[in-house]
Design a protein around this ligand. Structure first.
Ligand SMILES: [Zn+2]
Length: 96
């Protein structure tokens, strides 16, 4: 653990945010898997307040820690996102 990289904390996506806040990285931006919004910055305070404000009930339904339900939900949502992406690409190609 080095503290020299502290400056980077606001720029890099951290994998743990996926499970903590259900944010993933998309087009170099954070992407909310629950409501599909995209805050412009990788600031943990932004992501946390978004999650706490909009999705606190989600946290009750899928509590952190103890069970696997949260992890399972996360991987399901990521799969859905991938399918969606493929679908969009398909539409895009057909329209050209
Ligand atoms: Zn959201």
């Amino acid at each position: 653990m080095s503290k020299k990289r502290k400056y980077d904390e606001h720029r890099e996506f951290k994998l743990q945010w996926e499970e903590e806040f259900f944010f993933t990285e998309r087009n170099s931006k954070p992407f909310c898997l629950i409501c599909q919004s995209q805050p412009s910055q990788f600031k943990v305070s932004n992501l946390k307040s978004h999650y706490d404000t909009n999705h606190s009930s989600f946290g009750n339904e899928f509590p952190t820690g103890s069970s696997d339900s949260r992890k399972n939900k996360l991987s399901t949502m990521k799969l859905q996102l991938n399918k969606q992406n493929q679908c969009y690409i398909g539409i895009f190609q057909r329209n050209r």
